[in-house]
Design a protein around this ligand. Structure first.
Ligand SMILES: Nc1nc2c(ncn2[C@@H]2O[C@H](COP(=O)(O)OP(=O)(O)OP(=O)(O)O)[C@@H](O)[C@H]2O)c(=O)[nH]1
Length: 411
């Protein structure tokens, strides 16, 4: 049964109203917002159990509360602004050398303006990405545990707290501050995901990276268990803006905020099994963060090549794409074809496939909607089965769209 924006129901026959009005408007909210509300409600329930008088009010909904947030915190010069600029604004890593120290909290939404205006209108249809997030970059010198800060306003409704530690510097102070923060957050916000980015690992040997990670994990674990905090939700990632590791880390952070991730994973698993793909990623095109992948382990080279492939397609579209004039479209839809343009092409969404000469493995890209693209790496020799594979990809794209639609409709 269709639902109108104002929440009234239409009958199937004539589309007229045939039932009682729902309370308030139907909310079409993003998956991230859904997850955020869940975290907020969990925290609120715990606070209420302890002391009902001081418990925060129920979430009035995303419209009132704004977008879900990722908080970037850590010491000065640890690389927070660089991460935000490279991942969310496509800044080349070398240019971060000239970033000035952040003086106030920077509140950012994900946005990117393609150079070619036509592409901006055609490809992206706006600024936003699939993940409707806000990223808050906290200056290193701010002490947000100061009683003058309203902790609930900062931590009450965050999706994840990302703590950036500079691995090329002395990290003891950073680890101490992280411990202090987690211990202070635990009583009231025990469900906040803390993601530790052990950052700037470029230039460090693999062994040294792992040593640093082990040392940091040990220090945090010891301090927390000394203070009676066990199993705090803390995860560790080795990152650098000079390779794809920062995008991979963000992918993992964001996947935790997607409530129907198991469904997406199951669809991608089926696709890989049926079509002989080694790996399949569902990418947010704007940020090149993957929001889901099949359950086989992620290997960096396949992620890198898929993410580079998106860049190639977007770059080619920027250079050669053009908004077709109305008369041109009319001439294509006129005689002798006499059909709408979208009915004349096999697939109206962008699709592309290349075969790398070294491994003879096809890499396939298929647009899912204006934000998302599926990118798959095929097994050697699978190019000959391209017809079947294309059908399977079509079916998977249909399934993905249905999954998003169902999640929307339920709320
Ligand atoms: N080698 C290396 N340098 C990095 C990396 N990320 C950031 N940097 C450098 O680290 C320096 C500091 O980066 P910022 O992003 O300004 O640090 P910040 O944490 O925002 O600093 P405040 O604004 O003072 O809190 C810059 O010169 C960056 O180029 C990285 O992954 N590797």
């Amino acid at each position: 049964m269709n639902l109108l924006q104002n929440g009234r129901r239409r009958s199937k026959q004539d589309g007229t109203y045939n039932g009682p009005a729902r309370q308030g408007p139907v909310r079409h909210i993003s998956t991230a917002s859904l997850s955020l509300e869940r975290v907020y409600e969990q925290n609120r329930a715990i606070a209420q159990k302890k002391d009902a008088a001081t418990a925060p009010a129920p979430a009035p909904g995303p419209a009132a509360k704004g977008k879900p947030r990722l908080l970037l915190m850590g010491q000065r010069r640890s690389g927070k602004s660089s991460i935000s600029s490279v991942v969310f604004h496509k800044m080349p890593p070398n240019e971060t050398l000239f970033l000035e120290s952040t003086a106030r909290v920077q509140k950012d939404s994900m946005q990117w303006v393609p150079k070619n205006e036509n592409i901006y209108n055609m490809l992206m249809g706006g600024y936003s990405s699939f993940m409707d997030f806000q990223v808050w970059d906290f200056p290193g010198q701010i002490d947000f545990m100061d009683p003058t800060f309203n902790l609930d306003a900062i931590f009450g409704e965050i999706g994840a707290l990302i703590w950036v530690i500079d691995a090329q510097d002395d990290y003891l102070e950073a680890v101490n501050r992280l411990n202090f923060t987690v211990l202070n957050l635990q009583p009231n916000y025990p469900n906040v995901n803390v993601e530790v980015f052990i950052h700037k690992v470029d230039g460090l040997s693999d062994d040294f990276r792992l040593d640093i990670q082990r040392d940091i994990m040990q220090r945090i674990q010891d301090e927390l268990s000394d203070n009676g905090v066990e199993n705090a939700p803390i995860n560790f990632h080795l990152t650098s803006i000079y390779d794809h590791s920062i995008f991979e880390a963000f992918s993992k952070v964001i996947q935790k905020l997607i409530p129907h991730l198991p469904t997406l994973e199951a669809l991608l698993n089926n696709l890989c099994r049926a079509s002989g793909f080694e790996k399949a990623y569902l990418f947010d095109v704007l940020s090149k963060i993957y929001i889901a992948t099949d359950s086989s382990p992620v290997d960096m080279p396949s992620y890198e090549i898929c993410s580079d492939y998106i860049d190639v397609i977007v770059d080619i579209s920027e250079i050669y794409g053009w908004a077709r004039p109305k008369e041109y479209i009319e001439s294509l839809e006129g005689p002798p074809w006499n059909h709408k343009l979208e009915d004349q092409v096999a697939c109206k969404d962008a699709e592309s496939c290349i075969v790398l000469s070294d491994g003879r493995r096809p890499i396939m890209l298929r647009e899912v909607n204006k934000y998302l693209a599926l990118v798959m790496v095929g097994k050697e020799g699978s190019y000959s089965k391209m017809c079947v594979i294309t059908e399977n990809v079509n079916a998977t794209v249909g399934g993905l769209l249905k999954a998003f639609e169902i999640t929307k409709a339920r709320k």
